[in-house]
Design a protein around this ligand. Structure first.
Ligand code: ZN
Length: 240
């Protein structure tokens, strides 16, 4: 069984399309999405239909909650706020209903998924330090929890202590747990502009990271044409 886990697409259709091409090549059986499908990027509607067609389980991100008015816009900086209002103007009732159906957390025997953190999923806190990870590990009942939100691909591995790990391959040790940030498809912020994702093989206890290059200039052009803030175009090329 090969399970792809993607997150933080942010309306970037070119990145999402390239990621799905890789998933086809890899022959994945299931695809999970950790939210923030919309927000920042120029193609929120098209990304939603792709996700609806191809993903088996989806949890909501803070950008979905903002678009649905479930999260105060004061949570955001001015650029994110402007992008949220623009995104809301692009979506119809049916699309908003679809987003509204997504839960915050999903658990199966082999994994848990959440956008931000397991301890308070509705607050969309970031797991950036081993202390943040500790709070979520206290709630974790499965071998691994996949998260997104920070757009930085990193793993927290729990043994006698919690270890911060950036390896491209994580092999889960029997009886030990991990929290794995899959990184962002549509707006990576770790200095590498290529789309980020993982493929999980539960039987092998194996989690492998992938990076996928895509046509960044095409997305930048669409961002500029749509009137979204210029910074949102610039940051894609730098992966920040
Ligand atoms: Zn995000």
């Amino acid at each position: 069984m090969k399970i792809a886990v993607i997150s933080d697409i942010h309306g970037n259709l070119e990145a999402l399309t390239s990621v799905f091409e890789l998933l086809d090549q890899q022959g994945v059986d299931r695809t999970l999405c950790l939210g923030d499908v919309v927000g920042y990027g120029p193609d929120p509607g098209a990304c939603l239909s792709q996700i609806q067609d191809r993903c088996d389980v989806i949890v909501a991100g803070n950008h979905e909650h903002a678009v649905l008015d479930l999260l105060d816009l004061d949570y955001f900086n001015p650029i994110a706020r402007q992008a949220t209002l623009w995104t809301r103007s692009q979506l119809d009732e049916e699309q908003l209903e679809y987003i509204r159906s997504w839960p915050l957390v999903h658990h199966e025997t082999d994994f848990s998924i959440v956008h931000g953190s397991l301890d308070q999923p509705d607050l969309f806190d970031y797991i950036q330090t081993t202390w943040d990870a500790h709070l979520s590990f206290q709630q974790l009942q499965t071998p691994v929890c996949f998260i997104g939100h920070s757009h930085v691909p990193v793993s927290f591995l729990l043994s006698d202590v919690i270890r911060y790990n950036t390896d491209a391959l994580v092999e889960l040790q029997e009886g030990l747990q991990a929290i794995v940030n899959v990184g962002s498809v549509g707006q990576p912020r770790d200095g590498n502009p290529a789309a980020s994702l993982v493929i999980y093989q539960p039987e092998e206890r194996r989690i492998e990271r992938f990076r996928v290059k895509y046509d960044i200039e095409a997305v930048q052009q669409k961002i500029r044409q749509s009137g979204l803030p210029e910074f949102l175009a610039e940051r894609l090329a730098e992966g920040r």
